[in-house]
Design a protein around this ligand. Structure first.
Ligand code: AMP
Ligand code: MG
Length: 300
């Protein structure tokens, strides 16, 4: 093992390429990140991978410069090994392997979902949570049982972030659609002092411990087609989709008897989802945690 004090972390599972560092106690420094923002459509894996490979050297030198690091300060290189978009993952792995060979450092493959759990555990100080992991491509409820992380429930089709992004794209809201849907939903609540879901009902996405969002997506697009105002449907979409996720998380809490809920992934930036988790946990006498936004989104 080298003399270095920090582990370099390389993230490239989807639209973000990011490099960060953490000390041996796992305390992270700010990451240096770049993201693809497609002008139209969703993320094209090949184009995102090309973007990452073009930017990788610049991101590394910016990080080393900003954190005043020399190669000898680094003890190991970690990289997102999956799950993620294949072409994007391959760029992160190649960059990590090159650095590891050039600087003679050990290489550590990291499961991306586990990384979302561990950063949340570390930042929020909760030891043994049920994780509600809500990102673009993934939606999973995960908990540790008998020394291993188990997926207790997950989406059977698209991730919840993907649901929001696809819905947004139908109405020419560029990627990522989630934040704009959140703004439209709150604008609806401001304009409509006593909002009702009547006429805005969407299918129930819970399937046992799993979730399925395609029907919700089609029905939400259909509501706008039938003349419902877009902000109203954004609000309804959030209410239905988030309630389904919170319901599966609640079932997992009941089943495992754990005392803490932890949110992670890009959709965990959403205030309404955070609020629903806080309310559900409080009603059960439990606690809901969420790390800072910079640690919810993908980061080195
Ligand atoms: P990730 O895949 O974890 O990088 O997260 C990206 C996803 O998070 C995208 O689908 C975004 O639309 C979604 N997202 C980011 N911010 C918000 C927000 N405030 N509300 C809902 N979704 C969001
Ligand atoms: Mg992620």
């Amino acid at each position: 093992m080298s003399e270095g004090k920090f582990v370099l972390g390389i993230e490239s599972t989807a639209h973000t390429f990011s490099i960060g560092t953490a000390d041996w106690m796992g305390n992270p420094q700010a990451s240096t990140s770049v993201s693809v923002r497609p002008s139209s459509g969703g993320i094209h894996p090949r184009e995102a991978a090309d973007h990452h490979s073009e930017k990788a050297a610049e991101v590394l030198s910016r990080l080393m410069h900003d954190q005043r690091l020399r190669p000898t300060d680094i003890a190991a290189v970690a990289f997102s090994q999956g799950p993620g978009l294949g072409p994007c993952l391959r760029i992160g792995a190649s960059v990590a392997r090159t650095i590891s060979q050039r600087w003679s450092l050990p290489l550590i493959g990291v499961n991306h979902c586990v990384a979302h759990i561990e950063i949340g555990r570390q930042e929020c100080g909760c030891d043994d949570p049920v994780l509600l992991y809500v990102s673009g491509g993934n939606t999973q409820v995960i908990a540790r049982l008998d020394e291993r992380y188990r997926v207790l429930g997950e989406t059977l089709d698209i991730g919840i972030g993907n649901l929001l992004d696809k819905f947004a794209r139908e109405f020419e809201i560029p990627f990522p659609g989630g934040p704009q849907i959140e703004r439209l939903a709150s604008s609806w609540l401001t304009d409509e002092p006593s909002p009702t879901l009547e006429g805005l009902e969407l299918p129930y996405a819970v399937q046992g411990m799993d979730l399925a969002f395609s029907g919700v997506l089609n029905a939400a697009i259909g509501l706008v087609g039938k003349g419902a105002p877009l902000p109203a449907v954004c609000w309804s979409l959030q209410e239905h989709a988030f309630a389904a996720c919170v319901e599966v998380a609640e079932r997992a809490l009941a089943h495992t008897g754990k005392r803490d809920l932890l949110l992670g992934g890009g959709v965990a930036c959403n205030e309404r989802l955070r609020e629903m988790c806080t309310v559900m946990a409080a009603e059960r006498g439990l606690k809901s945690h969420v790390p800072d936004r910079g640690f919810c989104i993908d980061n080195g």
